[in-house]
Design a protein. Structure first.
Length: 95
């Protein structure tokens, strides 16, 4: 499997343990089941989210785990501002 510079598996965008440590966002073991986009959304990390959304295979509508996607997660967890939701809604894969 090829990985990008962040240590993310480029084929499925699942987060590697190394990336979780880099983000310092691993609060629970459940973080291992979040995509990189979902971690950026959860942490409201705008710069990381922009980077990830520019990846060729980024998809904001992909359902994961309990039938949720990054947009649903952003709507549930967004605390600071609407920038995360705006980035997701304006992405080419949003429908």
């Amino acid at each position: 499997m090829s990985q990008d510079v962040l240590g993310i598996d480029a084929s499925c965008r699942l987060v590697s343990p190394l990336l979780i440590l880099k983000l310092k966002g691993a609060k629970k073991a459940v973080d291992m089941h979040l995509t990189s986009i979902e971690i950026a959304v959860r942490d409201e990390n705008i710069e990381l989210l922009k980077h990830l959304l520019n990846e060729e295979n980024a998809n904001v509508g992909t359902l994961h785990n309990a039938g949720r996607n990054a947009i649903m997660l952003a709507a549930l967890l967004n605390k600071k501002n609407l920038e995360v939701l705006k980035l997701l809604i304006n992405h080419k894969t949003f429908s």
